[in-house]
Design a protein around this ligand. Structure first.
Ligand code: TYM
Length: 337
C-alpha cells in the first residue's frame, strides 16, 4: 500500500493556493483504496512564524474544519495535530544530529530571510531563529516517522522533500548497518496548479498579502477578493491574453478542460475583465459554496473536531511510537527495562 502524507502550517486561514495545491489533491488521493493517508496540522511549524497564541489556536481549528469540510473522511484518513505526537520532536532531534549545517544553509526559506536582511543592510542573521533555520528537519521528521511514499504539496515545498530524502539517507548510512531505515518520500505535484498566483500575479502566499481566502468571510468576501485581482487596462471588446493573466490561471485551477477552453476563447474575443471576474467567482463558488456551509457548521462545533483529532493522534501514535523505538535502539538509546 502507498502512504501519502501532507500538512499545512497553522498560521492563518487557508487560501485558494492551499486548497488547489495541497488539500484537494490530497483528499482525492485519500479516496483511492490503495492509499493510506496521513494529513495533519503543522502547529509546531507555526511557532516559527507566529507568536500570537490566540491566532495559532484559532488557525488550528480553522484548518482542521477546512480539511473536513473539503471532504476528508476521518474514518479513512489518519488526521491529527503535529503537536499531539511527542514522537515527532523526538525524531526531529535524532535527525538534527545527523543533518549537516551546510544542507540547511541552502534552504530557500532561510536563504530568503538572509537575502532580505542583506538587501536591507542589516545583520544577515537578524531575526533568524533556529526554528526557521532547521525548519526542514522538523518537516523531515513529519514525513519519515510514517515512512510516507508520496507527499502532495505545491511547488514551494519540493526542496523540503528532497532534504527529507537526504537526511533519511544520511541517518541510514550511519545507523542502518547497510540497509535503508526509511522509505524515501517522493513529491506529488499537480503540474496544472503547482503554484497558484495571487491577486498581484506573484505566488499566492500569506507573506505577500495577496491571498484569496477559501471560506472565511463568506461568498461576499470571495467576490470582493476576486474583484481585486490585478488585470491590465484592456477594455471590454479588446482581446485579452489569457497566458499573461492570473485571472485565467486561477480559473483553470477550478475548471475542467472544456470550461477552461471556453473561458480562454471568451477572453481572446474581448470579454471584459468585470465579466471575467464574475465568471471566475461563479465557477469557484460552485465548488466551494457547499463546502463553506459544512465549514460553518463545523466551526460551530469545536468539541466534535477535538474528538476527531484526538482519535487521529491515537491512530498516528500507534504507528509512530513503535517505529521511533526502533530508531532509538538503532542509535543506542534503547531502554532495556
Ligand atoms: P504551507 O502551510 O505554507 O502550505 C500548505 C500547502 O499549500 C501549498 N501552497 C500552494 N500550492 C499552490 N499554490 C500556492 N500559491 C500555494 N501556497 C501554498 C504548499 O505547497 C503546501 O503544500 N512546510 C509546509 C507544511 C508542512 C508539511 C509537512 C507539508 C509541515 N510538515 C510535511 C508536507 C509534509 C508548509 O509550510 O506549507
Amino acid at each position: 500500500r502507498t502512504r501519502i502524507l501532507t500538512g499545512i502550517t497553522t498560521t492563518g486561514t487557508p487560501h485558494l493556493g492551499n486548497y488547489v495545491g495541497a488539500i484537494r489533491p490530497a483528499i482525492l488521493a485519500s479516496r483511492n483504496d490503495d492509499n493510506d493517508a496521513f494529513f495533519f496540522m503543522a502547529d509546531y511549524h507555526a511557532l516559527i512564524k507566529c507568536e500570537d497564541p490566540a491566532r495559532l489556536q484559532r488557525s488550528r481549528l480553522q484548518i482542521a474544519a477546512t480539511w473536513l469540510a473539503a471532504g476528508l473522511d476521518p474514518s479513512r484518513v489518519t488526521f491529527y495535530r503535529q503537536s499531539d505526537l511527542p514522537e515527532i520532536p523526538q525524531l526531529c532531534w535524532l535527525l538534527t544530529c545527523v543533518t549537516a549545517k551546510g544542507l540547511m544553509n541552502r534552504a530557500h526559506a532561510y536563504k530568503a530571510a538572509v537575502d532580505q536582511n542583506v538587501a536591507d543592510n542589516e545583520d544577515p542573521d537578524a531575526g533568524v531563529t533556529m526554528g526557521l533555520f532547521s525548519y526542514p528537519v522538523l518537516m523531515a521528521a513529519d514525513i519519515l516517522l510514517f515512512n510516507a511514499h508520496r507527499v502532495p504539496v505545491g511547488r514551494d515545498q519540493i526542496q523540503h522533500i528532497e532534504m527529507a530524502r537526504d537526511i533519511a539517507q544520511r541517518f541510514s548510512h550511519l545507523y542502518g548497518g547497510g540497509r535503508e531505515l526509511f522509505v524515501l518520500p517522493e513529491v506529488q505535484i499537480d503540474e496544472a496548479v503547482a503554484t497558484l498566483p495571487g491577486l498581484d500575479g506573484r505566488k499566492m502566499s500569506k507573506s505577500y498579502n495577496n491571498t484569496i481566502p477559501l471560506f472565511e468571510g463568506g461568498a461576499r468576501h470571495l467576490r470582493d477578493a476576486i474583484g481585486r485581482i490585478v488585470t491590465d487596462s484592456r477594455l471590454p471588446g479588446e482581446p485579452k491574453d489569457p497566458d499573461n493573466s492570473q485571472l485565467y490561471t486561477i480559473y483553470r485551477a477550478f475548471a475542467d478542460e472544456g470550461e477552461a477552453a471556453a473561458f480562454r476563447r471568451s477572453l481572446e474575443e474581448g470579454m471584459g475583465w468585470g465579466d471575467a471576474k464574475q465568471a471566475l467567482y461563479e465557477r469557484i463558488e460552485r465548488e466551494v459554496g457547499p463546502m463553506r456551509e459544512r465549514y460553518d457548521t463545523l466551526m460551530a462545533r469545536p468539541d466534535d473536531i477535538e474528538d476527531i483529532l484526538l482519535e487521529g493522534a491515537r491512530k498516528a501514535r500507534a504507528i509512530g511510537e513503535p517505529f521511533l523505538a526502533e530508531l532509538r535502539a538503532a542509535v543506542g538509546l534503547d531502554t532495556p527495562r
